[in-house]
Design a protein around this ligand. Structure first.
Ligand SMILES: [Zn+2]
Length: 320
């Protein structure tokens, strides 16, 4: 196992990772508009990503970032544990975790909503980068999609997963506002690709949606500081876009984050037409509900595994 790796070398590693130390930041929640503090803490192999709501009773506070606890919410990704304790707007943080190759962490948060920050994954990526990742003595497991899975929603949006030896995301969006219009993107996930192609792409909305959401008591923390806002073919933010096709890049970022709800990295080709969180949550849940459509394989082996634990002797071999 290599001793030290550069920040952008953890996605393609065969070993699991965690953060080298606690990563702490704060910001406001998009929907609540309230101030939120958050710490991304180290965790042992096979923990996965778990959130701890430190603002409530210790017995109830853990919410696992897994598809079985995800709701098919339209505006954000929301997870709820068996006691009804939930956490929402986790998608940009999850995208940063997938993007950098972080497998295991307990994320402590003092509110029911993650901070929106600048509307992208860049601040989380930078904060993790400042502390760094380390390899753990356990092999990474991947979900390998073995046959096509397809889902759709009533509004015509659809998504599918097809077998592929690496993770690839193909996105198509279509908006009536000419500032967004129709955009497509093919993203291939590998070391460094997330930082270079997706991480800084911001969430976006149309001005009329902002007004509608605020009237409904939503997006109270939303502003031009944390979203690209378009109206009648114009981008209202000073400075315009950060990169070409920022809109479809953000949608790919959202999909990457939602795919991590599978509980481990996935190897598949995802194709999505007009994706959103309800669609991608439905896609990962549909996959997990069909055991004939995937297998779990440890990196560096060809054998498939049905349990979720690394055998002690394998862990010992991994450290040798
Ligand atoms: Zn988003």
């Amino acid at each position: 196992m290599p001793d030290t790796l550069a920040f952008n070398q953890f996605v393609d590693q065969p070993f699991q990772t965690t953060v080298r130390g606690q990563v702490t930041f704060d910001g406001i929640g998009l929907h609540s508009g309230r101030f939120v503090e958050l710490s991304i803490c180290p965790a042992p192999a096979n923990t996965g990503i778990k959130f701890r709501r430190v603002d409530i009773d210790a017995k109830l506070q853990t919410v696992e970032a897994h598809a079985k606890y995800a709701e098919q919410a339209r505006l954000c990704t929301r997870i709820v544990n068996g006691d009804g304790i939930g956490l929402e707007t986790i998608e940009h943080m999850m995208a940063a975790f997938a993007g950098v190759g972080l497998d295991n962490s307990v994320v402590e948060i003092n509110a029911p909503e993650a901070p929106i920050l600048d509307g992208s994954s860049q601040p989380v990526l930078d904060a993790i980068n400042a502390v760094g990742l380390e390899l753990l003595p356990a092999r990474r497991k991947h979900i390998i999609v073995t046959k096509p899975v397809m889902v759709s929603l009533d509004d015509g949006a659809w998504a599918r997963l097809d077998p592929c030896e690496h993770l690839e995301i193909n996105i198509e969006i279509a908006f009536d506002d000419a500032a967004i219009g129709n955009q497509t993107l093919t993203y291939r996930h590998s070391d460094g690709s997330f930082a270079a192609e997706l991480a800084s792409a911001r969430t976006f909305c149309q001005l009329r949606d902002v007004e509608r959401m605020k009237n409904a008591g939503l997006a109270l923390g939303g502003s031009l500081d944390n979203a690209v806002v378009v109206n009648d073919g114009k981008i209202l933010n000073d400075g315009g876009l950060r990169m070409e096709r920022e809109f479809v890049r953000h949608k790919a970022l959202d999909c990457l984050g939602d795919l991590l709800l599978l509980g481990m990295p996935v190897k598949a080709k995802m194709t999505a037409h007009r994706p959103g969180h309800a669609l991608s949550t439905k896609l990962v849940q549909t996959l997990l509900n069909d055991p004939s459509a995937f297998k779990v394989v440890e990196a560096g082996t060809t054998q498939s595994r049905s349990d979720s634990f690394v055998l002690p002797e394998l862990a010992a071999a991994a450290t040798a």
